[in-house]
Write a protein that binds this ligand. Structure first.
Ligand code: ADP
Ligand code: MG
Length: 594
């Protein structure tokens, strides 16, 4: 140990840099905030090698006067604060006057800046905190900060940096978040000369969210808006943004973005308020995608509690909590209850128009005892059919925002998320939804699902068929003719059928959708309804659907509902019968006179 001495400024800055600059993304954050504080309308971020090689942030903001440029790199030099009281009325993101000094201490910096009111610009070259070069240059108004070789003199930090791809993701996530928080500002992000994100600066948050999440994901998001008045202080707390519908969820919290007064923050309580709003809608350990902007008077929030300003303290945390939770909950409830009322319009022509020779019920004798051969072989509700849609996969835990995923979308949800409670009378499924109780007719629902699936199969080039134990079928004369006429239909669906003798055929493969079905009976029944594709599909779905009287496992019920949720017209069976009845919470409360 040596004698006690005051540390040289550069060492102090390097130590401070350890707090402020944890990783390249921290530099990007500070430079973005400076550009925003300088009233930039366009901010371009260029990154090389995850920021290790270069971080360049250019803005068209106010610029720095020539005689203040060096000062900007001095510790505790700021243009944003004069006295501690100013902190209570702070409208800028920066105030500590520490970022530039810290970054300069651990990198090679070139700054080119021209103040709006000055003729010429200044270029300064700083290495490890020392000014090496200064020159007057012609430059557009604004500032370009070029940070190279970050951590060049702090090998410990360098060693702890994650893979380049991880650092890149952090930066993309960060810039995306700021782009969403500042829709009036045009953001461009390039990584290794590739454009990753570009926003328009239109001022519309929706525009930015589409750019960041992609259109398909955006379709799963709903806007939130709310205001809460604090009882104590009387001040208003405003909440706006976008949150995901419940099934667009993630395995971790990293897709939750919180901004307070334009400042990106982390706050476990507010994150909790948000997830609370999804109560009963999200599975365990699933978290929503959300962009929540909270605005409140600056003196109701203390931003000076954390060196990177990532945490804040609220004067009335409970009110902020309530504001977030309420606005999200309200948005979710109204979005989810809006869906079922958009009831289907393709309620089909009733049975008589179709001239059905017999109804499924007739075909199968009393509902409670379906034909034994069929009952034993009923195709189980195909479980694999429903894939959850997300532009994110679950293994990208620290992926954060990746703009505009090119992922194939699933059909959007047409029903709210329903939770299966059980089955009654071996006929109806009881389910709970966000706005009450639902009774689902299992037969009608499955008919709708099959009808939809068969239509899709008919329209697609790939047939998803499954070989079966070859099975011969013999048809009565007039149906044999209908069968030949509808040859293309069966083939298109994925049936592999060959002639086997007079009015006799052999079936070698069937669409996987109909696996396990008594194929002879299915074809016979289907042909009785007419030979037009629409008639055939209706008959076939009616035949293949789960009957009333069948006991279903919870898994089967869940799968059935999930598939129904994705049907374009989930509210009715193809023949127009309702598939589900909704009893709203209010209705139930009324009945109980609550
Ligand atoms: P702070 O932002 O807390 O004031 P910084 O070290 O980040 O501290 O910046 C120091 C000062 O440099 C700022 O107060 C501001 O006056 C000036 N400055 C930094 N970046 C810019 C910029 N992009 N445009 C204009 N002025 C800037
Ligand atoms: Mg700053």
């Amino acid at each position: 140990m040596s004698k006690i001495h005051v540390l040289p400024d550069i060492v102090v800055s390097q130590i401070a840099a350890g707090e402020v600059v944890e990783r390249p993304a921290s530099v990007v954050k500070e430079l973005l905030e400076n550009a925003l504080d300088a009233s930039a309308t366009t901010i371009t971020v260029q990154i090389e090698q995850g920021g290790r090689r270069r971080i360049r942030v250019s803005d068209d903001g106010i610029g720095i006067p020539a005689d203040e440029v060096e000062l900007a790199f001095t510790r505790h030099a700021t243009s944003k604060l004069n006295s501690i009281d100013d902190l209570q009325q702070l409208y800028t993101l920066g105030f500590r006057g520490e970022a530039l000094a810290s970054i300069a201490a651990i990198s090679h910096i070139t700054i080119t800046t021209r103040h709006r009111d000055e003729e010429t610009g200044t270029r300064l070259r700083i290495e490890g905190g020392k000014v090496l070069q200064r020159q007057e240059v012609g430059a557009p108004a604004g500032t370009v900060l070029d940070v190279e070789n970050l951590f060049f003199n702090t090998p410990a930090r360098l060693k702890f940096l994650k893979k380049t791809t991880t650092e890149k993701r952090h930066i993309t996530s960060l810039v995306s978040r700021y782009a969403m928080a500042y829709p009036h500002v045009r953001f461009v992000l390039e990584q290794d000369s590739r454009e990753i994100l570009r926003t328009t600066g239109s001022g519309e948050l929706a525009d930015v969210v589409v750019r960041v999440l992609g259109l398909d994901a955006f379709r799963q998001m709903i806007p939130i808006a709310g205001e809460e008045r604090d009882r104590l202080t009387g001040s208003r707390i405003n909440v706006h943004g976008y949150v995901a519908l419940p099934d667009f969820s993630r395995a971790d919290r990293s897709h939750i973005t919180l901004f307070v007064n334009g400042r990106s923050i982390q706050d476990t309580r507010l994150t909790y308020a948000l997830t609370q709003a999804y109560q009963g809608m999200l599975d365990d350990r699933r978290y929503p995608v959300a962009i929540v902007m909270i605005d409140l008077p600056p003196d109701d929030v203390d931003v000076n509690v954390h060196p990177t300003k990532a945490e804040v303290r609220f004067r009335s945390p409970d009110t902020v909590f309530t504001a977030v939770q309420r606005s999200v909950r309200q948005a979710l409830l109204s979005a989810l209850s809006a869906h079922p009322s958009e009831s289907s319009t393709d309620a089909s022509p009733a049975q008589q128009t179709l001239n059905l020779p017999s109804s499924p019920a007739e075909w199968q004798s009393p509902p409670s005892s379906p034909p034994p051969a069929y009952a034993a072989q009923r195709p189980s509700v195909p479980l694999a059919q429903t894939t959850r849609h997300s532009v994110y996969t679950d293994d990208d835990a620290d992926l954060d925002y990746i703009p505009a995923g090119a992922d194939a979308p699933l059909r959007p949800r047409t029903l709210p998320i329903l939770r299966v409670i059980g089955q009654i009378g071996a006929q109806y499924i009881v389910a709970e939804g966000p706005v009450g109780m639902y009774l689902i007719d299992q037969n009608a629902a499955h008919e709708r699902i099959l009808y939809q699936a068969l239509h899709e199969q008919l329209g697609s080039d790939e047939n998803d068929s499954i070989e079966i134990e070859p099975q011969t079928i013999e048809l009565p004369k007039q149906l044999a003719k209908a069968f030949e006429q509808s040859w293309d239909f069966w083939h298109q669906l994925g049936f592999v059928i060959e002639p086997f003798g007079p009015d006799t055929w052999i079936v070698r493969a069937v669409p996987s959708l109909l696996q396990g079905l008594d194929i002879g009976a299915a074809i016979l029944y289907t042909l009785k309804g007419g030979s037009e594709p629409e008639q055939l599909i209706r008959q076939l779905s009616a035949f293949a659907a789960i009957r009333s009287g069948e006991v279903l496992s919870t898994e089967e019920m869940r799968s059935l509902i999930q598939q129904l949720e994705r049907c374009p017209s989930p509210m009715t069976a193809p023949d127009g019968r309702p598939t589900l009845l909704h009893f709203s919470s209010e209705q139930i409360a009324r009945e109980f006179r609550r």
